[in-house]
Ligand binder design. Structure first.
Ligand SMILES: Nc1ncnc2c1ncn2[C@@H]1O[C@H](COP(=O)(O)OP(=O)(O)OP(=O)(O)O)[C@@H](O)[C@H]1O
Length: 233
């Protein structure tokens, strides 16, 4: 679905990512782990077209992404939930969700919110007219994910969705991710610090260290000692 080869990207003169390889198969959840500042967000931004790529390739289905803008990537089926969520605080849950449908072609847009969104995240229906800024952190994160998946993307990029969220909501988000990846055949890249969250819901994992992929594999075969070597601060 998404294949990254030899990717090099960074900010102005500072290269952060070096020869990065990553494969996100259709309908699978891939965890991207790494310590603070190793380049996880930089990679996600490069995939979404928010940062230029200096070298290497990003293939999405049959296309090679080069200079396509984020809006074009969104229309083609990529959705992104940035770290810190970035929901619209002054808009209601309903208005935030309706804005999420803007990524769909006009002919597919609806004026009503698909019921499945509320089956996954019931609290959003209960509080539908409440402003985004008046929600708890966990409720805002549910809204941010719901807004991203409302357009039925093929690929969902999530940057640390469990950060600062209480355990019961972490569990709910993990369960929803597993459900939508299998029911909708959605490919999910889950950027995480938290190894337990990746083990709980991902199929495969990658570890980034100082801008390079140092380890990857299947979550069923994780050797936690090896992983901790790369993740310990
Ligand atoms: N806009 C920017 N301009 C210059 N350097 C930046 C910019 N944003 C990030 N960096 C640097 O790029 C490096 C990688 O940052 P990045 O945010 O990708 O790491 P990360 O792995 O996502 O970290 P965290 O887990 O803390 O979010 C860091 O050294 C950071 O200081």
């Amino acid at each position: 679905m998404l294949l990254v080869s030899n990717l090099q990207a960074g900010y102005d003169e500072t290269m952060i990512l070096q020869n990065v390889h990553l494969e996100l198969p259709k309908g699978k959840i891939v965890g991207l782990l790494g310590r603070n500042g190793v380049g996880k967000t930089t990679l996600v931004k490069a995939l979404m077209g928010l940062l230029p790529v200096s070298n290497g390739t990003i293939r999405f289905e049959e296309n090679e992404w080069k200079k396509e803008r984020p809006e074009a990537r969104a229309r083609a089926g990529m959705a992104y939930v940035p770290q810190g969520r970035e929901i619209f605080s002054d808009l209601s849950i309903r208005e935030n969700l309706l804005l999420g449908m803007e990524a769909l072609p006009k002919s597919l847009r609806s004026t009503s919110i698909p019921q499945e969104i509320f089956q996954w995240f019931p609290v959003l229906e209960e509080m539908i007219d409440r402003k985004g800024g008046d929600l708890s952190g966990g409720q805002q994160q549910q809204l941010a994910i719901a807004r991203a998946i409302i357009s039925n993307p093929k690929v969902l990029l999530l940057d640390e969705p469990m950060e600062g969220i209480q355990p019961s909501i972490v569990q709910l988000i993990q369960d929803v991710l597993v459900k939508i990846s299998s029911e909708k055949d959605m490919s999910i890249l889950l950027v995480e610090h938290n190894l337990d969250a990746v083990i709980a819901c991902a199929d495969q994992f990658y570890i980034l260290d100082k801008g390079q992929m140092v380890m990857n594999g299947n979550c069923n075969d994780i050797n936690e000692d090896d992983l901790q070597r790369h993740l310990a601060v």
